[in-house]
Structure formats: structure tokens, C-alpha cells
Write a protein that binds this ligand. Structure first.
Ligand SMILES: Cc1cc2nc3c(=O)[nH]c(=O)nc-3n(C[C@H](O)[C@H](O)[C@H](O)COP(=O)(O)OP(=O)(O)OC[C@H]3O[C@@H](n4cnc5c(N)ncnc54)[C@H](O)[C@@H]3O)c2cc1C
Length: 409
């Protein structure tokens, strides 16, 4: 009989704040000592489990850092602070190399074509996604992911390593499996996390899942047999580094509407610029995280998170328009409001950025501007994501210093 796995991620800001408050006392020495231990669903008490909230920005990185640094010194919370900045680092890195996301999507489509024509590959892929490989730990994580929408970071590393080096499946299919099921499924952290394990990100450096390491850090729950004992790096083309796109500038004189999307559901910073929007719409691209069917848990999380924002901010957002996936429908709505300008949170590389680009094209003939406002937090961090994380992390003290000036952004 398979173990039943609890799931508990209500998509509200209240739930996020409660989770943050519970975790803050543990974000110092406890986190540094215990964060690599994975005791399974219901036992993730040594990590914050805040990623679904931070990924959708129901809670911002700045808020999390300020709460933690209100309780611990930067030295005591160094490990946790660094983890929060990994997300900024990955986003900034991908933003400067958008071709890496395009290569991933092309590689995924090619692998999905192979799945159609090669029955052996199709079976192995179905077994891996269904938790039927016979590798007990791996099968458990596949089920935990499908049932809860969350995996501990160490489990993500072990899982990706076994997928690539033991099962020898295309890494893009594994990254896609994660994006279809993770509540925090994120183009930058996920693609670059998989590339890092496979040896494509830090060239030549791979991550090998070892039975003794798994046994130690799962509290003895698993010691899988038959894992690959070497992990030779995969090979792939380099992507050119491009300048960061400029942050948008809005025109305060124009009638304006807001457009929220699942990369940023904390609209306070937009309302600092647009005090009285004519209305607010929602762009929903969760379905575009994968060419396949995205699971109900991530879809439900993003949809509930949008409902939560709309409910909490209804007095400030003007006429509310329901979430839409089709940019044509959004363009129609924008025209009907009489707005001359749409202000939206900057969307980093991924489905929202693509949809916004398409929307901009549709609205250009009507002279309606689309302004992507980037948070000061991102504008400060992203330019430093040029090389490896070790170079980036040297900037963290200065970034934390600047946070005080930014306020909660
Ligand atoms: C193969 C692979 C795929 C991944 N895919 C995703 C993904 O799709 N979405 C996603 O949000 N994270 C992804 N991660 C990163 C990381 O595993 C999760 O962010 C983390 O496990 C979230 O759990 P937590 O909130 O309890 O983390 P905590 O340990 O409590 O960390 C606090 C916060 O720091 C950030 N963080 C921590 N570790 C990382 C990391 N390695 N990279 C980026 N940010 C980090 C997250 O915002 C997290 O909420 C992936 C990692 C790997 C190895």
C-alpha cells in the first residue's frame, strides 16, 4: 500500500504570512544546520516551504528578508538569505540569456516527439512520472510531487540526478514533469536547477545522487540501490549574454489600467505609481508552463492566488476583470476600458513575458502602451547575475543595505 501524503498550501497571503511567522524563529542556526534534511511531506519543518508564495509574489523576497533580518543578524541568517537570493540570481541570469529558455523549449518539443515514436522511451518516461521505476526513493518523490505540488530542495536534486544519470532520460522531460506539478514551478529556478544537475550550467560540474547521502538526509527512510556511480556532464550550446531590457517608464497623464499576472501578485508597488486605475485585469498563463496538461494543483494555486489578490485589493483596483489566458480577449478588454496605457509587473523570461509581448503587438495599432514596471529589488540584483553564484553572493551585503532604502518592495 502506498503512503498517503498530506498537502497544505492554501493560496492566500494570510496563509503565507502565517507560514512566514512560524518559520522566522528557525531561519538562523536551525536552518543552517538542518536545511538539507528531507523528512518527507508533513515533515518539512526545517525549511520554510514558502516557495509557492514567493514564486507568485503573494509574498515578496524583500518582505521575507526583512522579517528574517528583524529577528536574526545577517551572519546568523546567512544561509537562508543566500537561498532567497538564489532565486534572484537565477532570474537575473536567465533574463540576460533568454536563448537558454528557448533552447529548453525546443529540446523539450524534440524529446516529446521522440516519446511519440519510441515506445521504450515512452514507457520509461511514463514509469518515471508515475513513480513506477522500482527505485523506491525516486518513486516516492514522484508521488510526493504529484500529490502535494512540493518537493524539498535536496529531493529535487536527487530526483533530477537519478532522472538524468541513472534512468538516462532527456533532462528536458524531467524539467517539464516538475513544471507540470510544482506549485512553485518557475522558468528560471527550474530550468537552471536541472541544467546545474546535468552539468550544463556550471560547465563540466554535475550533481551525483549517492545512496549514503540519501540515507543520511532522509533520516534513513531510503537507501536506493542501482544508482549510477558516475555522472558525466551533458553537452549543449552556450547562449550569448544580452543586456538587461530597460525597465518601463509610465506616463502619469494617461488613463491607465493594471494587468496582474502570476509572476507578481503584490500590486502595492504598482499602485504607488497608478493611484486610481480605471480597472484591473489578470493574465493567466499557468497552462503555458508546459506543452502538456498542467496538473490541477499548480493551476488551482495560481487561480486562488489571483482571487485572493482581487478580494484584498478590490477597493483600489478599479473595475475588476476575470483572469484570461487569451491575449486577444485581453486586448479587447483593454480597448473597451478606454485606457491609453496598461501598467503591469515586469515579467521575467517565461510564458507571461511571451504573452505580454504578443499583447503589446496587438495594442500598438490602437496606440495603447504596455509598461512593464520592474521592482527596485530586481533592478538592484539582476545586473550582478553575470557569472557564477559565488561572484553574485559577494554583492549580497550591499543588496541588503540597499533593501533598507527600497522599503518593502
Ligand atoms: C532540479 C531543481 C528544480 C527546481 N525547480 C524550482 C522551481 O521550479 N521553482 C522554484 O521556486 N524553485 C525551484 N528549485 C529551487 C529550490 O529547490 C526551491 O526553491 C526550494 O526547494 C523551495 O522550498 P522552500 O521554500 O522550503 O525553500 P527554503 O530552503 O526555505 O528557501 C527559502 C527560499 O529561497 C529560495 N530558494 C531556496 N533554494 C533555492 C534554489 N536552489 N534556487 C532558487 N531559489 C531557491 C526559494 O524562494 C525559497 O522559498 C529547484 C531546484 C532544483 C535542484
Amino acid at each position: 500500500m502506498t503512503q498517503s501524503i498530506p498537502t497544505d498550501f492554501p493560496a492566500t497571503r494570510t496563509a503565507a504570512l502565517e507560514r512566514l511567522a512560524r518559520f522566522v524563529p528557525h531561519a538562523g542556526a536551525d536552518y543552517a544546520r538542518m536545511r538539507n534534511h528531507d523528512f518527507g511531506a508533513g515533515g518539512h519543518r526545517h525549511v520554510s516551504t514558502l516557495s509557492p508564495y514567493i514564486r507568485h509574489r503573494l509574498l515578496t523576497e524583500a518582505e521575507v528578508l526583512q522579517a528574517v533580518l528583524g529577528r536574526h543578524s545577517p551572519q546568523a541568517a546567512e544561509k537562508f538569505v543566500q537561498e532567497v537570493y538564489w532565486r534572484s540570481y537565477w532570474k537575473g541570469w536567465l533574463e540576460q540569456r533568454p536563448a537558454v529558455w528557448e533552447m529548453y523549449r525546443r529540446g523539450l518539443n524534440a524529446a516529446l516527439d521522440q516519446v511519440q515514436t519510441q515506445s521504450g522511451l515512452r514507457q520509461a518516461w511514463a514509469d518515471a512520472c508515475g513513480g513506477q521505476t522500482g527505485i523506491d526513493a525516486f518513486d516516492h518523490w514522484a508521488r510526493e510531487l504529484r500529490q502535494t505540488g512540493y518537493l524539498h530542495n535536496h529531493a529535487r536534486m536527487w530526483f533530477a540526478s537519478i532522472w538524468v544519470f541513472t534512468l538516462r532520460l532527456p533532462w528536458e522531460l524531467g524539467a517539464d514533469f516538475f513544471l507540470r506539478h510544482l506549485l512553485d514551478g518557475d522558468p528560471a529556478s527550474n530550468t537552471l536547477g536541472w541544467r546545474w544537475v546535468a552539468g550544463l550550467q556550471t560547465r563540466g560540474k554535475t550533481y551525483l545522487a549517492r545512496p549514503d547521502n540519501i540515507e543520511t538526509y532522509t533520516g534513513g527512510r531510503f537507501r536506493p540501490r542501482g544508482l549510477a556511480s558516475v555522472a558525466l556532464p551533458l553537452d549543449g550550446p552556450e547562449a550569448p549574454r544580452l543586456p538587461l531590457p530597460p525597465a518601463g517608464q509610465m506616463d502619469p497623464a494617461l488613463p491607465t489600467i493594471l494587468l496582474l499576472h502570476d509572476d507578481d501578485l503584490s500590486p502595492a508597488y504598482l499602485l504607488d505609481h497608478v493611484a486610481n486605475p480605471l480597472g484591473t485585469g489578470f493574465l493567466s498563463t499557468v497552462k503555458d508552463r508546459s506543452p502538456l496538461h498542467v496538473a490541477p494543483l499548480p493551476e488551482g494555486f495560481a487561480s486562488d492566488a489571483m482571487t485572493d489578490v482581487a478580494t484584498r485589493w478590490k477597493d483600489r483596483l478599479g473595475d475588476l476583470s476575470p483572469p484570461r489566458q487569451e491575449v486577444e480577449a485581453l486586448a479587447l478588454w483593454a480597448r473597451e476600458t478606454g485606457a491609453r496605457q496598461i501598467v503591469t509587473p515586469y515579467a521575467p523570461v517565461g510564458p507571461n513575458a511571451l504573452a505580454l509581448q504578443a499583447l503589446e503587438g496587438l495594442l500598438a495599432p490602437d496606440g495603447i502602451r504596455l509598461v512593464r514596471l520592474r521592482r527596485a529589488f530586481d533592478s538592484a540584483a539582476w545586473p550582478h547575475a553575470t557569472h557564477g553564484f559565488f561572484k553574485f553572493k559577494e554583492k549580497i551585503p550591499a543588496l541588503l543595505g540597499a533593501l533598507k532604502g527600497i522599503g518593502v518592495a
